[in-house]
Write a new protein. Structure first.
Length: 82
């Protein structure tokens, strides 16, 4: 939270800063599984290993790779402010 406040203050002053805080989450047992179950969002439920598709191999999915692709797609669609 402190990093966000620091960013917003500097943004108002017209300064660009780099925030190096890591973003940590456990994709195999967290709120994403609960949200996908509550919203019945099948793709997220599959990616967080909450459900599996019939006839699929029994290997856990890699939610980090799934999320990274979504984030990269959003970054590619944004203008670079730095």
């Amino acid at each position: 939270m402190f990093a966000i406040v620091k960013y917003l203050i500097n943004k108002r002053k017209g300064k660009n800063i780099c925030i190096n805080n890591p973003i940590l989450f456990d994709a195999s047992c967290n709120g994403l599984q609960h949200l996908s179950a509550l919203t019945r969002e099948l793709n997220t439920a599959i990616q967080t290993n909450l459900v599996s598709l019939p006839n699929s191999i029994n290997l856990p999915n890699d939610f980090y790779n799934f999320a990274a692709k979504i984030v990269q797609k959003e970054i590619n669609g944004c203008e670079n402010e730095i």
